[in-house]
Design a binder for this molecule. Sequence first.
Ligand SMILES: Nc1nc2c(ncn2[C@@H]2O[C@H](COP(=O)(O)OP(=O)(O)O)[C@@H](O)[C@H]2O)c(=O)[nH]1
Ligand SMILES: [Mg+2]
Length: 283
Amino acid sequence: MFQLQRMGRLVGPNCLLRRHGATWKSSSFSEVLQLEDKKLTGVVFPLQGLEKYLAPDVNTASFRIFHPSLHDIHRAEVLFKPSARHVIDYFSSAIRMDHAPQLSQPEVCFVGRSNVGKSSLIKALFSLAPNVEVRVSKNPGHTKKMNFYKVGKYFTLVDMPGYGYRAPQDFGEMVEAYLQERQNLKRTFLLVDSLVGFQKADHIAIQMLEEFGIPYVLVLTKIDKASKGLLVKNVLEIQDFAEKQTQGCFPQLFPVSSIEYSGIHLLRCFIAHVTGNLPLMQS
Ligand SMILES: Nc1nc2c(ncn2[C@@H]2O[C@H](COP(=O)(O)OP(=O)(O)O)[C@@H](O)[C@H]2O)c(=O)[nH]1
Ligand SMILES: [Mg+2]
């Protein structure tokens, strides 16, 4: 048993682009495409956006392992837009594995320390479906349930209870049972806070995923809050760790900001791809 518990510019009448200091915010890909090239790269491919801050000898090959075309990113976005025939919504919650809904469609889950940004990330992924009620707990460590969100008949996203700070004792067991038993689980996203990097609880979670042989992906959250220096340091350390010290970890990190939408379009595309809904035309 793993001890997880211890541990403004307007360019058209309907344009949603808003100027916020020096930052552009947009959740829709067609709007993001209107950004000038440098900003577009930073928002859509945050790892490449960091390349200019790296020493010239740093090997950035792992920054482009998943590198879909802009066309593929646009195709993926269609899955995240609801319509009368494609309903995206909260489905149910469970406090134990035997309460989890029986769903056969592919599933991905989001795990990480309390407050790392799991629910906010799901909200950002669903920003094109603003009616989805994403359950965000007011007090850190109080999301005790697994929350299931169905994206039509294509896939399900699962917001898992946080581990670490003030997490009740049964959290580890619930997460552990889900990861081991869920047949339709296609990928686990483990979120790490870009302000603090890996914490002890993250290493315990990684050890568990490695031991179970579950494929997982590291996501670096809140990148809008970290200085470029800190971000580069954490990105390089985490990439290096993923490449050299893990078996089941996808060797490319996904940095995101759920406030500025950086990395969100790429992550939507990756989720569509790993759930078998988007064969890539180019990669
Ligand atoms: N600046 C910034 N804050 C974020 C981001 N993601 C989450 N937060 C904040 O971090 C806190 C915890 O987020 P939440 O999604 O509830 O974390 P969870 O416990 O992992 O579900 C909240 O105050 C969020 O507003 C982000 O990308 N940028
Ligand atoms: Mg939450």
